[in-house]
Design a protein around this ligand. Structure first.
Ligand SMILES: [Cu+2]
Length: 193
C-alpha cells in the first residue's frame, strides 16, 4: 500500500498551515500605524510622500521628496508601496525589508525605526537600464529633528501629480513630475522610457 505517500501528504498540510500562520503574522496583521508614508517607484527613482505636520496623507501640508525618505525614530509607519511602470522592489537592508512594487497595486506593510541615522535604500528588482540608479537614503531623526525638517521642507506641487491614478494617464505626467524635482538631474530624467 501507499502509506508513506499519505504520510507525506499529511506533513505537507501541516507545513502549509504553519506557513500560512507565519504569512498572516508578518504580512496581514499589521500593528496600528502612527503615520502612513507613500512610496512610489518608477524608472528610475523613488518618490516619497510624507504626511507632514498634520500626520495625514493627501492633505496640503504633505511633503514630497525624491530618493530621500525621512522618518521619525520609534514611530510606527505603514508604508503604501506603488509602482508607476514596471516591477521594482523596495529594499532597505537595515530594516531587513524587501517588498516588490507591482503596477496597479498598493501594497501595505509596516516598519518602526528604532535608531537614528542614515541608511541605504535600493531597488532589488531589475527594472530597466537605469536600475542601478535607484539608490536612495532613509534618514531617521529624533522627534525634534523631524519637526525641524518638516518646517524647512518645501511644500511641493499639488499631490495629484504623483498619485498612480494620474500617472496612468501617460508618461508625460510622470516625466513632468520628475523634471520639476530638483533632486533628479536632467541627465537622469531624460532616460529612454
Ligand atoms: Cu527599480
Amino acid at each position: 500500500m501507499n502509506y508513506p505517500h499519505y504520510l507525506v501528504l499529511v506533513f505537507d498540510i501541516i507545513i502549509v498551515v504553519a506557513a500560512l500562520r507565519v504569512w498572516s503574522d508578518v504580512k496581514i496583521d499589521l500593528p496600528p500605524a502612527e503615520e502612513r508614508v507613500r512610496i512610489v517607484a518608477q524608472q528610475w527613482a523613488w518618490t516619497f510622500v510624507h504626511a507632514g505636520p498634520d500626520g495625514q496623507l493627501d492633505t496640503a501640508d504633505d511633503i514630497r521628496t525624491v530618493n530621500d525618505l525621512n522618518l521619525q525614530v520609534n514611530r510606527l509607519y505603514h508604508y503604501e508601496l506603488h509602482s508607476k511602470d514596471t516591477l521594482h522592489s523596495f529594499s532597505v537592508p537595515a530594516f531587513r525589508l524587501k517588498q516588490d512594487a507591482v503596477p496597479g497595486r498598493a501594497i501595505v506593510g509596516w516598519f518602526r525605526p528604532t535608531v537614528t541615522g542614515e541608511f541605504d535604500i535600493q531597488c532589488a528588482e531589475i527594472c530597466g537600464i537605469g536600475h542601478g540608479l535607484m539608490a536612495a537614503r532613509v534618514r531617521i531623526r529624533s522627534a525634534a529633528a523631524q519637526a525641524a525638517w518638516m518646517e524647512d521642507a518645501p511644500r511641493m506641487r499639488p499631490l495629484a501629480s504623483v498619485t498612480p491614478a494620474v500617472a496612468a494617464t501617460g508618461a508625460h505626467a510622470s516625466l513632468a513630475a520628475r523634471a520639476a524635482t530638483p533632486e533628479v538631474s536632467a541627465g537622469q530624467q531624460g532616460g529612454d522610457r
